[in-house]
Design a protein around this ligand. Structure first.
Ligand SMILES: O=c1ccn([C@@H]2O[C@H](COP(=O)(O)O)[C@@H](O)[C@H]2O)c(=O)[nH]1
Length: 225
């Protein structure tokens, strides 16, 4: 894997716009993340097109269903050879075990613990009594014991999780340079803080994609790491 830990989230509905953005920033990021917005619009063809840029592809599909269905979905994307795929840890141990068993050997399967757009009050409103950090730690432990490669969590809890899972692969989104707006992210830290706390991959979207000069924004973030 490229040593630049930044993966650009290509959350754009148009394939040509996503290709153009990827070309602009490709020398300043280590990989490209394609999420539901892109994959539902462009499917396998879109992934092949973005892969031509030459960077590792992260398919952020956040699969969450019964084990048999998630395993089938993993098999369906096997041919795309993604570097990283996400599933939801709250889908449970059997779902995570079956997802990992169905993934290609070069694909890292990582489980989303607590979305970075949620805070303690949001968790309480869906019946989770634990605080975000406690819940993320619990789900990270479950993902570890299910044999996954790592987890997705915020920069607030990655350090604590890494202390329990020393060789885990930690994907951290919800990153904002000090002067950037949060938008819908509630548990945000700076890219540097996340890296210092032990993140393996730094996922960054709007601070680059919505910048007037995305390449300059990516370069500025790279310079802080
Ligand atoms: O907990 C999570 C899991 C995934 N994401 C994804 O990361 C990017 C963040 O984009 P920004 O524009 O930098 O906020 C986006 O694709 C999310 O789907 C996340 O934010 N939090």
């Amino acid at each position: 894997m490229n040593h630049n830990p930044v993966y650009l989230a290509l959350d754009l509905p148009r394939l040509d716009a996503a290709q153009a953005l990827a070309q602009k920033v490709k020398d300043h990021v280590g990989g490209l993340k394609l999420g539901l917005e892109f994959f539902l619009a462009h499917g396998h063809h879109g992934v092949h097109e973005i892969a031509k840029v030459g960077l590792p592809i992260f398919l952020d599909l956040k699969l969450h269903d019964i084990p048999n269905t998630v395993a089938g979905a993993m098999q369906a994307i096997h041919v795309l050879e993604p570097a990283i795929v996400t599933i939801h840890a709250s889908g449970g141990r059997a779902m995570m075990e079956d997802a990992k068993a169905a993934a290609g050997e070069h694909t890292k399967v990582v489980a989303v613990t607590v979305l970075t757009s949620l805070d303690d009050d949001d968790l309480a409103s869906v019946g989770v009594k634990a605080r975000a950090e406690e819940q993320a730690l619990r789900l990270a432990e479950l993902a570890h014991s299910a044999g996954l490669d790592g987890i997705v969590c915020s920069g607030h809890e990655v350090g604590a999780i890494k202390r329990q899972w020393k060789d885990g692969f930690f994907v951290v989104p919800g990153l904002r340079p000090a002067d950037a707006t949060l938008g819908d992210q509630k548990r945000a830290v700076t890219p540097r803080a996340a890296r210092d706390a032990g993140a393996s991959v730094l996922v960054i979207g709007r601070p680059i994609s919505r910048a007037e000069d995305p390449a300059a924004a990516a370069r500025a973030i790279e310079a802080t790491l």
